[in-house]
Design a protein around this ligand. Structure first.
Ligand SMILES: C[S@@+](CC[C@H](N)C(=O)[O-])C[C@H]1O[C@@H](n2cnc3c(N)ncnc32)[C@H](O)[C@@H]1O
Length: 239
């Protein structure tokens, strides 16, 4: 468990604010409804984090079950989405014993850094998807479009504020992962300002790896490009 999603989880809304997700969440909702999910469908999210997408999507779905590896992140989402079910679990091994009309996996899928991990996460999505339903995977990159970049941001809250620098680069283009460095500056009233430095490994897979795994497991996948130039994998489970 990283500090960002562990000890620092309560800072998440100041790193990644819910209002910043409105546009992409509307795109995902529209895509899922146009792809056959009925209004009122059940949705399972794997790696829901702070629940920012869920906040904007939940009014279009009948029920949302939000899962994540981190209890702290689930607590943040619970405060934002008290009307959703929250369950702790690893997307590689989670087995709830029930199925959903839609399985949604946003940027948390980036934490799958090997083909073995990615196959396990797709298998979890398949296992929880009803025949005739679909799964939507939203990786930040595929190998073919990966570019190193640096970004920064942050927000102020009650008595505290956070600013971050994110530096994404790929030390070895021949493997299936890149490196993300986070520098977070945390300011709280009455306390010394502190800096947290954290390195994450994130997956970068070629399109054919995605498509091959999805087909191997039984999905019928399509690639859809969103407004942020990301390639999304929309995968139907045959009925
Ligand atoms: C960038 S955050 C997700 C933010 C989310 N999209 C939102 O709307 O707030 C990434 C999340 O992935 C979760 N995560 C990392 N590895 C995971 C795994 N193996 N299974 C489930 N969740 C995982 C982390 O705990 C973290 O909450």
């Amino acid at each position: 468990m990283t500090t960002l999603y562990g000890d620092l989880a309560t800072w998440w809304p100041l790193l990644s604010a819910v209002e910043d997700y409105e546009e992409e969440a509307a795109f995902f909702t529209d895509l899922l409804l146009r792809s056959g999910a009925r209004k009122g469908a059940s949705l399972l999210e794997l790696g829901a984090g702070g629940g920012n997408n869920a906040f904007h999507m939940k009014s279009s779905f009948g029920s949302m079950t939000l899962t994540d590896l981190s209890a702290g992140m689930l607590g943040v989402s619970q405060a934002l989405n008290p009307d959703c079910e929250h369950l702790q679990g690893d997307m590689r091994t989670l087995r709830l014993g029930r199925q959903f009309d839609v399985v949604f996996v946003h940027d948390a899928v980036e934490y799958m850094t090997t083909v073995v991990d990615l196959r396990q996460a797709i298998t979890t999505a398949w296992t929880h998807c009803v025949p005739g339903g679909c799964a939507l995977f939203v990786p930040d990159h595929v190998r073919e479009t990966f570019e190193p970049y640096t970004s920064h941001g942050g927000h102020d809250g009650a008595g505290r504020g956070l600013r971050y620098l994110e530096w994404v680069y790929d030390p070895d283009p021949d493997d299936t992962a890149c490196t993300v460095e986070y520098v977070c500056v945390l300011r709280e009233d009455g306390k010394p300002t502190r800096v947290e430095l954290e390195q994450h490994r994130c997956g970068v897979f070629p399109r054919d790896t995605w498509l091959g795994l999805l087909r191997e497991i039984g999905f019928e996948p399509d690639i859809v490009t969103d407004n942020f130039e990301r390639e999304l994998f929309l995968a139907r489970r045959p009925g």
